[in-house]
Structures are given as structure tokens and as C-alpha cells.
Design a protein around this ligand. Structure first.
Ligand SMILES: *[C@@H]1O[C@H](CO)[C@@H](O)[C@H](O)[C@H]1NC(C)=O
Ligand SMILES: *[C@@H]1O[C@H](CO)[C@@H](O)[C@H](O)[C@H]1NC(C)=O
Ligand SMILES: *[C@@H]1O[C@H](CO)[C@@H](O)[C@H](O)[C@H]1NC(C)=O
Length: 981
């Protein structure tokens, strides 16, 4: 009762306020204003602030967002709030806007039912509620809307039967009806006595409608679009109905249970009924189990035809040559039927064809050479037929051809070398034929092949052409089950993108090259049933990506480990190799156990490296006060990585979910902006807190490259100190990376807090953070499947999670280095992928050599890391005005080193010391800070070649961290003798 009184009171207040502030609004408008405000109270979230103008200030209601008034009647006549990401329910109070002509709430997040009261908006011409989350039934009352011209309820969660009054309300005005993409059941309720004579668009696709297409639809003689696809409609194809629709443009009946005439044997009557529809452009009848021949009358259809889909039916007989009358056709899909006979030559006259699918039929005869006359042809799929004869030489003319699928036929002859001229080819599949001869070098050198090359199960012989190494974009190569001979060229290691390589069932001999194991993305390798000999190269075992391996039935010999990529293999992968021994279950033990040197080697290497560092790089470091334990770079992280790659598949998060999660990318969710776009925070429905990095697509080309690179790096590089990707959302006009939200923000925020002077971080935390960064970058440089140069190391690209673990992020301008060849870490310069004109790095952090036209290098990252250390110690940004006059942060510190460096050290101790720090720490902290300064100076040396590697830096940081957490007792005694006394 109290609540009721209160709300009554506030309601009265509201009215009073309204009357006061909106002096010039008529009483009618004031009523509409109250209705709108009441409607607004049903909206719980307005992420874009779209309704901010709907306020009680003097703003006139007719000026509110989405509201339009009629001057004569002083009423609101239009409410258009489409695409504003509004969340909430649709208030029934809208029914009070009784003069409303247009109500458009589409593309929002409205939930709940469609209020029945909307059926009392008798003036309504347009009702659009599509692309919301509306559930329940469609209210019968909507059938009262006799003036309705446009009704769109598509893409919601509506269920139940379609109310009959919707189709039969005595109104002849309805022109557009879209109920598609819901869960509607029952029949299409258009009774014989009803008619929708003005109807031009009827879209009911993707529902669960049953029954026949109602006869009364034939009275809708103005229909242009009829889309009934993906329902459960039955009966004969509606020829009597479509015959009355001369204006039809799009007729979609695919994926229903329609049959043809005369007991599902005759398609002629249906095609005949379409002959007068001279505007018809697209006909889709796929997936209906239609039987019958394709009638010759198909050639009498409109020449405006652009697409015909008859796939996945039971059509038999031959392809009628008459189809070639449809000169404007770009897509012809007759695949997965029972068609026989030859491919009609006439087809080759259809010069506009772009995609031709004739696969999975019983077509015989030769492939017409004249198909090459179809100059726009981009896709030709003739697979799974009974075609014989050679592959026409003329295909060389198909300059647009991207996919050529001829597999599972009986093609013979050789592969025409001229196919090498199809420079846009992405997929070439000639497998399962009887093609002989060699693999022409021209075809092997098809650099354009992006997806796969499948020549398996033919009669090919001769060597593997060296030119195969040019396919640096191809994902899969399958040359299995041929008679290929000779050795496997090590140059195959240049097929850098390769994930699947199958060379099994040939007569290849010689060694398996180690370069194969170094292919950075290789997942599957099958070399079984050849005559390969020698040891299985170590690189395969070491590959972090390989999952499926088959070495069976060769002449391999030597010791086989069960480590790394081999740990999941069974004897099945090694059968029939007499000379193999080792630890795989079922394999004979090797007589003499070899020393296990996979761990010893890195230890030796890093010892060596550290010695080098001491000899060559440390002249700056005057003293090394304490001996540090060697800390081997944490290889445990690599094993973790193996576990993670198992579920490389990212969850699917739609654009819509991202909108929901970030409140429609609202300003309040914005947490950062940069050169490449904006970063928003958000919460997914399962409460995962995310950061969404939305790339600014306006800056086009560069961005898309940087987006791809960032995705590539993030997908492949997994390490405790590198940010992990949750998923990628990529549409042509929208590209975003979804990352976990790091609760402690960026290092930048901690180094330069907007309020107060203290960084809030102490030295232990800072050293730990720098150690994390060094390990993450060292992983990128030395252990990641594809080596990566980060290029933009700086505090804002270092994020801190809730435990203050640092994660390196922002690989937008990272460079991928081709071969991951650890044995030769200094020879980076030869292996860079081409740069694309992007400036590498940020001002202040860029290594000096970049200014001299040098390409990105790992040494450049070491430089940036050094700057970062010096920045942390001094609390000065490298971009500080102080350094602008020809000097740099590094130069400034160097000028104080070693004799005048004490004030800098002392100041840093003061800045980082937590209150109440024991006195003895002062000495230790001074030492560590001095060490950090020295390390920073070494890393920022002008000559890149004298800088340490990131691995050495990580070792240094690791020992500093260790030292801080447990200083040697001797030093404590020395610094704080009274404590031990
Ligand atoms: C009311 O709407 C006007 C017009 O959009 C806007 O300028 C003003 O800031 C709004 N006032 C409030 C309190 O939201
Ligand atoms: C092919 O389509 C174009 C565009 O729709 C049209 O102008 C042209 O007349 C058509 N060609 C024929 C032969 O009908
Ligand atoms: C095609 O199949 C039909 C039976 O469906 C058969 O009568 C006809 O001879 C076949 N034609 C060819 C060329 O194989």
C-alpha cells in the first residue's frame, strides 16, 4: 500500500514537473511523453546513452532520440530505436501512443513477450521487432493491425503456431512479412477465404513449419521474395502457386520435404510454372529428395537467372544442354544427385559462370577443354564422378580459378604443366584418379596454393620437385599412394605454413630431413611405407606442434626416444623398421643406453653464454658483488604449453555477445586506446572478465596486417608471461581480440599513477615483474614455435594479473621470424619476414639501429627492455622533456656512471622502500638497483651485437629475483652486524 501511494505520488509529481517544464507541449503530447518515459523505465541498460535526450529538462519530446511527431495532430507518430543495443522489456504502455505509425525496436536486446497491447496501435503501418531476444508466442492481437504494411518479427526466439489473424485480418495492405529464424510451428495459416494481395515479401525461413504451401498464397500475385527454406514443409512443389507470381525474384524452397509431380518423378510442371516469372534471379531447391530429370524447359527460364541450386536431391538423367540459355548464371549447383551422361559442351558458353558444382554424380566422358572459355570461373568441382581422359591443357587460361577439385574420377594422362599458369589457385585436388607421369615443376611451384595440394592415390612417379618448397602458404600437402621416388628434399622446410604432410605409400629413400621437424606449424607427418633410412631426426621429437606421426614400414634405424612429440606415440607409428630400438612400448631396447643429453646441452650452452656475457659484455659492470646461482630458463613452462595446445580451439564468441559483454562498447567500458584501436572491458555471460581489443578498421590495410600478426603470435606463443587469447572475433568490418582482463592493469599505470607520487610497487615486485617480462620475451625469441620479435616493449604493453604476475601483450607490430633454429641465434637478419612499412616500436624505446634502416631484431627488443629497466629505476619516461635535447635516458644515466650514480641509486631506494623496511635491506636494495642500472646500460649499448641475448637477460633477472628473496647470509651479517650479535 505504501509503495503504491509512493509511486502514485511520484507519478503525480512527474506529471506536475512535466506540465511545468514542457510548457509548449500540448496535452496530447504530454500524454505521449508520459508513455514514452514509462516505456523507458522498462529499459534496464542503455549502453550507448542513446536515450539521454529523453529527460525531463526543457527538451521537447519531439526532439528525443528516435521520436518523430506529427505537427498537425501534435502526436508522436514514429518511434525508431533500432540498433541502439537497448536491453529490457517492451512496455505495454506503448499502446497509449495511439497515433503511432512506425514502431521499430529491431536489433536490440529486448526480452520477454511481445505485449498483446501492441495490437491496439490501430494506426501502425510498420512494426519491426527483429533481431531481439523476444520469446513466447506471437500475439493474435497483431492481426488487428489492419493498416500494417511492414511486419518484421524475424530472428527472435518466438515459438508456437503462427496466429491465423496475422495472415487473415481483412487487411490487404501487408507488403512485407518476416517471421524467419524463430521456432514457429504448425502450418502456414493462410486459409482459402483469405488473401494477402499486396504481399511482396514473405520470409518464413528457419522455423519448424509443416504442411503444404497454402493454396491461397496464389492470390499474392505481387510476391517478389518467397523464402520458405529450412522448414518441414511437404507436398508437391507449389507450381500452381508460383505460376501466379510473375514478379518473383527469389524463390527459396531448399531443405524441406517437397516432392516433384507425378509421384516425385516429374519436375517439368514446376519449371514450366516459372517460365513467366521473367524477373526470377535465384532458385533454390536443394536438399528436398526431389526425383526426376532436369527438364529441358529449364532453358526457357528468365535470362536474368543468376543462381540455381538443385544439389542434394535425387535428380537423374543427363544435364540438359538447354541450361546454357541462362547466360547470366554465375552459380550452378547440381552436386550430390544421380546425374549421368557427359558434361554438355554448351555449358562452356555460359561465360558468366563463377562457381560450378557438379560433384558427386555419375557424370562420364571427358572434361570438356572448352570449360576454359569460362573466363570468370573461380571454382570448378567435378569430384566424385566417372570422368575419364586427361585434364585439359586449356585450364591454363582460367586465370581466375581458385579451386579445382577433380578427385575421385577416372582421369588419366599427366598433370598438364600449364596448370602452373593458374596463378590464383588455392586448392588443387586431383587425388584418387589414375594420373601418371611426374609432378611438373611448374605445378609444384604454384606459390598461390593457400589451402591444400592433394595428388594422392594416383600413378605419379619421379622425384619430389624442389619447387614444392615455394608453397609457403599451403596448409596441407598429400602426395601419398603414388610411385614417387628419390629423397625428400630438405627444402620442404620452406613450406612454412604446412600443418599436414603425407608422403606415405611411395618409394622414397634416403634420410628424412631434419628441416621437416622444424616446420613451425606441422601437426601431422606420415612417411610410412617408403624406403627411408637412417635415424629419425631429433627435430621431430622436439617439435612442439607435431601430434600425429607415422614412420612405419621404412628402413629407419637407431635409438628412438619417447619424449616430446613422441611421448604420445605407440609402436603403431614405428612398425616394420627393423633397425629401430628404444623406449616406445613394444620396441626392442637399445643395447647401449645413450647419455640423455637433451638437458645437458642447454645447460652447457647457457654456461657458455654466461661466460661470454662476463667476458665481453660486462666491462661496464665494475664489480659483481655476489655470486649468483645459475638459473636455467624455466623449461617447465614449455611442458605446460604442450598441454595447452591440445585445446587450441577457441570458444566461439559472437559479435552480439561482445556487444552484450561490453554494454555495446560503451564509453564507460573503455579502458584504453592506442595506435591500433580501443580496448574495452566486459563480462561474458559465464562471468569471465574480458578485455576486448577492437581494431580500428578505418585505418584499413595496416591494421588488418597487424591484426593477423597479433592473432598469429597469440595463437602460437603460449607462455606464463605472455597474454593468452580467449578468442578472435573477425568480421569484414569488425575485428577484435578477446583477452582475459588483467585485474591490475598495465605497468604504466603503476609506474605513473594519476594520483599521488608513489608507484605503489616495491623493488621485490618490480624485479619480479621485470623477470616475468624477460622470461616472456626470451620465450618469444628462443623457444616459441615461430620465433617472434615483439618490437614494442614498453610499460603500457605489460599487464599485471591479480598476483602481480606480468604478462607481455600487444603483438600488433611483432615480427615473425621464419625458422626456429636455436643453434644459430645470432643469424637473425637473414630470416625476417618482409616488413610492411610499419614503424617498429615506440618513440623512446626504439633501438638506435632501427633509425638506420635495420629490420626488427631480437637485439632491438633487448634494447627496449634496457630502457624499461632504466625507466623503472629513475622513474623518468624515456620521452621526458629532459632528454629531448639530443640526449636519451640511457645517455643521461651513462653520463652519471659509475662515479655519480649514487644519488640515482639512493633516490630509487627511497622511492621503492615500503615503510618499515629493515635497515639491512638498504644495502641489498642499493646493490640490486645498481645491478639493474648496469644491466639496463648493457642492454642499451649502441652496438646491437654487444647486447646480451634475452635469454641471458632472463637469467640475470632470475638470479636478481632469487637474491632479493633470499640474500646470502653473509651479506646480511656484513650489512647488519648487530642483528647477528
Ligand atoms: C537532456 O537532454 C539534452 C538534449 O539531448 C542534453 O543536452 C542534456 O544533457 C540532458 N540532460 C540530462 C540531465 O540528461
Ligand atoms: C543479364 O543481366 C543483366 C543485369 O541484370 C541484364 O541487363 C541483361 O539484360 C541480362 N542479359 C540477358 C541476355 O538477359
Ligand atoms: C543414365 O541413367 C539412365 C537410368 O537412370 C539410363 O537409362 C541411361 O542409359 C543412362 N545414360 C547414360 C549415358 O549412362
Amino acid at each position: 500500500m505504501g509503495a503504491c501511494k509512493l509511486s502514485m505520488f511520484s507519478f503525480l509529481c512527474l506529471i506536475i514537473i512535466l506540465v511545468v517544464v514542457s510548457g509548449e507541449e500540448s496535452p496530447q503530447l504530454v500524454k505521449d511523453r508520459i508513455s514514452l518515459l514509462s516505456f523507458r523505465s522498462g529499459i534496464v541498460l542503455d549502453p550507448e546513452g542513446a536515450l539521454e535526450s529523453w529527460n525531463s529538462s526543457s527538451n521537447h519530446v519531439c526532439h528525443w532520440t528516435g521520436v518523430k511527431c506529427d505537427n498537425a495532430s501534435d502526436r508522436v507518430i514514429q518511434l525508431d530505436l533500432s540498433g541502439l543495443s537497448l536491453h529490457g522489456r517492451i512496455s505495454p504502455i506503448l499502446a497509449n501512443l495511439s497515433s503511432l505509425l512506425v514502431l521499430d525496436l529491431s536489433r536490440n536486446f529486448f526480452e520477454g513477450h511481445i505485449p498483446v497491447e501492441l495490437g491496439y496501435l490501430f494506426q501502425l503501418r510498420q512494426l519491426s521487432l527483429s533481431w531481439n531476444l523476444l520469446g513466447g508466442n506471437i500475439p493474435e492481437e497483431l492481426g488487428f493491425l489492419h493498416q500494417l504494411v511492414y511486419l518484421d518479427l524475424g530472428s527472435n526466439r518466438l515459438a508456437g503456431d503462427i496466429p491465423a489473424p496475422l495472415f487473415c485480418n481483412g487487411s490487404s495492405s501487408l507488403e512485407y512479412m518476416d517471421l524467419s529464424n524463430n521456432s514457429l510451428t504448425g502450418k502456414i495459416p493462410l486459409k482459402n477465404e483469405c488473401e494477402l494481395s499486396a504481399l511482396r515479401f514473405l520470409l518464413l525461413w528457419s522455423n519448424r513449419l509443416v504442411g503444404r504451401v497454402p493454396r491461397a498464397l496464389s492470390k499474392s500475385t505481387n510476391l517478389k521474395w518467397l523464402d520458405l527454406e529450412s522448414n518441414m514443409l511437404t507436398g508437391e512443389l507449389p507450381s500452381e502457386i508460383v505460376r501466379k507470381m510473375p514478379k518473383l525474384q527469389f524463390l527459396y524452397l531448399s531443405y524441406n520435404d517437397f516432392v516433384s509431380h507425378d509421384g516425385n518423378t516429374n519436375l517439368e510442371p514446376f519449371f514450366a510454372s516459372l517460365v513467366n516469372s521473367s524477373d526470377l534471379q535465384e532458385l533454390e531447391l536443394a536438399g528436398n529428395n526431389l526425383r526426376g530429370e532436369i527438364p529441358p524447359i529449364v532453358g526457357n527460364l528468365s535470362t536474368n537467372f543468376v543462381q540455381i541450386h538443385l544439389d542434394e536431391n535425387l535428380l537423374y538423367g543427363s544435364i540438359p544442354p538447354h541450361i546454357s540459355n541462362l547466360v547470366n548464371l554465375t552459380l550452378l549447383n547440381l552436386s550430390s544427385n544421380l546425374l549421368n551422361g557427359t558434361i554438355p559442351l554448351e555449358l562452356c558458353r555460359m561465360g558468366k559462370l563463377e562457381r560450378v558444382y557438379l560433384s558427386n554424380n555419375s557424370l562420364s566422358g571427358e572434361i570438356p577443354a572448352a570449360l576454359a572459355n569460362i573466363s570468370h570461373l573461380g571454382l570448378l568441382d567435378l569430384s566424385k564422378n566417372k570422368l575419364t581422359g586427361p585434364i585439359p591443357d586449356s585450364f591454363a587460361n582460367l586465370s581466375q580459378l581458385r579451386r579445382l577439385l577433380l578427385y575421385e574420377n577416372q582421369l588419366s594422362g599427366t598433370i598438364p604443366p600449364s596448370l602452373g599458369q593458374c596463378v590464383n589457385l588455392e586448392i588443387l585436388d586431383l587425388s584418387r584418379n589414375t594420373i601418371s607421369g611426374i609432378i611438373p615443376s611448374e605445378v609444384a611451384g604454384l606459390k598461390s596454393l593457400k589451402l591444400y595440394l592433394n595428388l594422392s592415390s594416383n600413378h605419379l612417379h619421379g622425384p619430389l620437385p624442389l619447387e614444392l618448397s615455394k608453397m609457403d602458404m599451403v596448409l596441407a600437402i598429400d602426395l601419398s599412394s603414388n610411385n614417387l621416388s628419390g629423397s625428400i628434399p630438405p627444402q620442404l622446410g620452406s613450406c612454412i605454413a604446412l600443418e599436414h604432410l603425407n608422403l606415405s605409400g611411395n618409394v622414397l629413400e634416403g634420410l628424412l630431413p631434419a628441416t621437416i621437424g622444424q616446420l613451425p606449424y606441422l601437426k601431422e607427418l606420415d612417411v610410412s611405407s617408403n624406403q627411408l633410412s637412417g635415424n629419425i631426426p631429433q627435430s621431430l621429437e622436439a617439435s612442439p606442434t607435431l601430434k600425429h606421426l607415422n614412420f612405419s614400414f621404412n628402413k629407419f634405424s637407431g635409438n628412438t626416444s619417447n619424449k616430446g612429440a613422441f611421448s604420445s606415440l605407440t609402436i603403431d607409428s614405428f612398425l616394420g623398421n627393423e633397425g629401430l630400438c628404444g623406449e616406445i612400448k613394444g620396441m626392442p631396447n637399445c643395447r647401449r643406453k645413450h647419455a640423455h643429453h637433451s638437458l645437458v646441452l642447454p645447460v652447457l650452452l647457457s654456461l657458455f653464454a654466461t661466460t661470454l656475457l662476463c667476458i665481453f659484455a660486462y666491462p661496464l659492470a665494475l664489480r659483481s658483488k655476489f655470486r649468483r646461482q645459475m638459473v636455467i630458463f624455466n623449461r617447465g613452462d614449455l611442458e605446460d604449453e604442450d598441454k595447452e595446445t591440445k585445446d587450441l580451439k577457441h570458444p566461439r564468441i559472437s559479435y552480439r555477445q561482445l556487444i552484450e559483454a561490453t554494454g555495446g562498447f560503451s564509453a564507460s567500458s573503455l579502458i584504453g586506446s592506442g595506435q591500433f584501436g580501443h580496448v574495452y572491458k566486459g563480462v561474458l555471460q559465464d562471468n569471465t572478465r574480458i578485455a576486448v581489443k577492437v581494431l580500428d578498421t578505418k585505418t584499413a590495410g595496416e591494421i588488418s596486417g597487424s591484426f593477423k600478426r597479433e592473432c598469429q603470435v597469440l595463437k602460437r606463443a603460449k607462455h606464463r608471461n605472455l597474454i593468452k587469447i580467449i578468442t578472435i572475433c573477425s568480421k569484414p568490418d569488425f575485428k577484435a581480440l578477446v583477452l582475459p582482463l588483467m585485474s591490475n592493469g598495465s605497468l604504466e599505470r603503476h609506474l605513473y599513477p594519476s594520483h599521488g607520487l608513489n608507484t605503489g610497487l616495491d623493488l621485490i615486485q618490480l624485479v619480479s615483474i621485470c623477470n616475468d617480462v624477460a622470461e616472456g620475451v626470451a620465450y618469444l625469441h628462443h623457444y616459441s614455435p615461430v620465433r617472434v620479435v615483439h618490437c614494442d616493449l614498453k610499460p603500457s604493453n605489460i599487464l599485471l594479473d591479480e598476483d602481480m604476475t606480468a604478462l607481455v601483450t600487444d603483438f600488433g607490430i611483432a615480427r615473425l621470424i621464419k625458422g626456429a633454429d636455436d643453434s644459430n641465434p645470432t643469424d637473425d637478419s637473414v630470416s625476417f619476414s618482409s616488413t610492411d612499412g610499419l614503424l617498429c616500436g615506440s618513440v623512446g624505446y626504439i633501438a638506435p639501429e632501427y633509425g638506420m634502416g635495420k629490420r626488427a631484431s631480437t637485439q632491438g627488443d633487448v634494447y627496449s627492455f634496457g630502457v624499461l629497466l632504466l625507466e623503472i629505476i629513475t622513474g623518468r619516461r624515456p620521452t621526458d622533456v629532459l632528454f629531448h635535447e639530443g640526449s636519451s635516458l640511457h645517455g643521461w644515466i651513462k653520463s652519471h656512471y659509475p662515479h655519480n650514480v649514487k644519488p640515482i641509486v639512493d633516490q630509487a631506494v627511497l622511492r621503492f622502500a615500503p615503510s618499515g623496511m629493515p635497515v639491512y635491506c638498504n644495502k641489498i636494495w642499493s646493490d640490486v638497483i645498481l645491478e639493474l642500472i648496469e644491466l639496463g646500460l648493457i642492454c642499451t649499448q649502441n652496438n646491437p651485437s654487444t647486447r646480451p641475448s634475452m635469454l641471458e637477460v632472463a637469467n640475470e633477472m632470475g638470479s636478481l629475483k632469487q637474491y632479493l628473496s633470499s640474500p646470502p647470509p653473509l651479506l646480511i651479517d656484513e650489512a647488519y652486524p648487530k642483528a647477528s650479535a
